[in-house]
Design a protein around this ligand. Structure first.
Ligand SMILES: [Zn+2]
Length: 497
């Protein structure tokens, strides 16, 4: 294979940080030393201007920036006559070039230039069909190894999920689970030099009754319409998270939305029955999911704390389709306004809020509203229906997937059935979210103006949105003061008002 015809006249070196198949990092310095030794052995003249090193960890991925590789390719294209190179010493991993794409690029640029490449595994002439063939086989083999590895890992994860097991990836114990078995196991320290130590063995599939009770209570509170920050605060008075922190809203959300607490495990969107016992029923968990989904939809402020009552709630009466947002302005800096995001129509926030809140407090005293709430409190068993339907949908999806090539399964019919399930589920989820909204209003029945004002603004805003449609009209007199005809307040729930 070593070609004695003629030696390259100007030779470059290319090294990149890469992972060896055993997972170890191959240092570029070491690669460069190897390449220099190889160059000396072959009697190839190395040009110091053409030593290229990509030192980033992801340099082996071709969709990442690899500036040195690109410059090296330019030198190959320029060739010896164009102050470039006609030979390259390259070494990464066990193969000369592991990526078929990179190899083809190099072959394309070096064509008919008598370009030579050398690595510790051999010397190749890119103009020789035999050598190109061998390089391509090597690169394809390297590629297949990576693909096979990825497939193995995916397959292993899916099998774990189907068996109801899931690899514990988290750093902390999942809340509600993990009971010491009474045995001890030897654990290697996390940092080098920590050595081995004995730790109690923990069975992560065992439910902890003390924490399970709190999970059930938290879910019940959520379904009863209590706000998530209040639930997090209550839970913090009982215990901390398994990481030792007080419960925050995101921590509560992650815990309550984890399929684990419903005795389920998820893999790529499909739920599987887990080997551990459920803490709350699948039905109840579906209810929890529905409440969170509804909260996300009802709060365009996602992530930010709500400051004003009607931001995102009040509609524009000018027909521009916009909603009002809080804005500061006016001649006095302190005066706060609602401004339409569509047309810029602005109103004094304080007056509008007071007018709307007057309507709300008055309505909350109305016994007819209490009756209305009782009537609309929601059919019992909606959550259970959602759970059962979810299970049927998951089963159908599994059948469709497995029977992709089965002539007995009509794919169109199956997909239509699936779409029917999805529609029905959407309807049920809206119903469930609606009844939790009613519970939230019900909690505030009969409050005084003072009590109302003591409620956090996000609650007041949600109650306003549940009870009224607020439209700010482009009419009304100019100047100071407030014209009630400029704000339309319409009842939403039922036919009362
Ligand atoms: Zn507008």
């Amino acid at each position: 294979m070593l070609d004695h015809r003629k030696l390259p006249r100007r030779v470059g070196i290319y090294c990149r940080l890469s992972y060896a198949p055993d997972g170890s990092l191959e240092k570029v310095e070491r690669q460069e030393t190897d390449c220099r030794q190889l160059g000396a052995r072959l009697d190839w003249p190395i040009s110091e201007q053409h030593v290229y090193v990509d030192n980033s960890r992801s340099a082996w991925q071709r969709n990442r920036k690899r500036p040195a590789w690109d410059r090296m390719l330019e030198a190959v294209e320029a060739g010896y006559e164009g102050d470039g190179i006609d030979g390259l010493l390259i070494y990464h991993g066990d193969r000369l070039i592991r990526q078929p794409y990179d190899l083809e690029t190099l072959i394309g640029l070096a064509e008919h230039k008598g370009f030579r490449v050398a690595s510790p595994s051999g010397t190749r002439d890119l103009d020789s069909p035999d050598d190109r063939y061998i390089l391509r086989i090597e690169a394809a083999g390297a590629c297949r190894e990576v693909d096979a590895l990825v497939r193995r890992v995916r397959r292993a994860n899916q099998m774990l999920a189907e068996k109801g097991l899931r690899r514990g990836g988290g750093r902390y114990r999942p809340f509600g689970f993990g009971v010491e078995t009474g045995r001890v196991v030897v654990r290697q320290g996390r940092r080098p030099g920590q050595g081995e130590r004995l730790v109690p063995e923990v069975d992560w599939n065992q439910v902890r009754p003390d924490e399970a009770k709190l999970i059930v209570q938290a879910a019940e509170r959520l379904l009863a319409g209590q706000r998530t920050y209040a639930i997090a605060r209550w839970l913090s008075t009982r215990c901390s998270t398994t990481a030792g922190n007080p419960w925050s809203r995101p921590a509560l959300r992650a815990m309550l939305l984890s399929p684990r607490i419903a005795g389920l495990t998820e893999y790529e969107g499909t739920l599987y029955r887990a080997v551990w016992d459920p803490i709350i029923s699948h039905e109840m968990w579906e209810g929890v999911r529905a409440v969170y989904r509804h909260n996300a939809e009802a709060q365009p402020h996602r992530g930010r704390e709500r400051r004003s009552l009607l931001s995102g709630v009040a509609e524009c009466g000018r027909g521009c389709g916009g909603r009002f947002r809080a804005a500061s302005g006016g001649r006095r800096k302190a005066s706060r306004l609602y401004a339409c995001e569509g047309c810029g129509l602005a109103r004094n926030m304080q007056y509008v809020d007071a007018w709307v809140e007057g309507h709300v407090v008055q309505l909350l005293q109305d016994p007819r509203l209490a009756e209305e709430l009782a009537r609309g409190a929601g059919r019992p068993g909606v959550a259970a229906e959602i759970g059962a339907l979810e299970a049927r949908k998951a089963e159908l999806e599994r059948v469709i997937e497995q029977a992709a090539d089965d002539p007995d399964v009509d794919p169109v019919l199956a997909m239509r059935t699936l779409a029917g399930y999805k529609r029905r589920l959407d309807g049920l989820r809206q119903e469930l979210a609606g009844s939790s909204r009613l519970r939230m209003v019900g909690r505030l029945m009969g409050v005084s103006r003072e009590e109302w004002e003591a409620e956090p603004v996000d609650v007041r805003s949600a109650v306003v949105a549940a009870l009224f449609r607020v439209v700010i009209m482009p009419v009304g007199r100019r100047g100071p003061g407030f014209d009630p005809s400029s704000v339309l307040v319409e009842r939403r729930l039922g036919e009362g008002g």
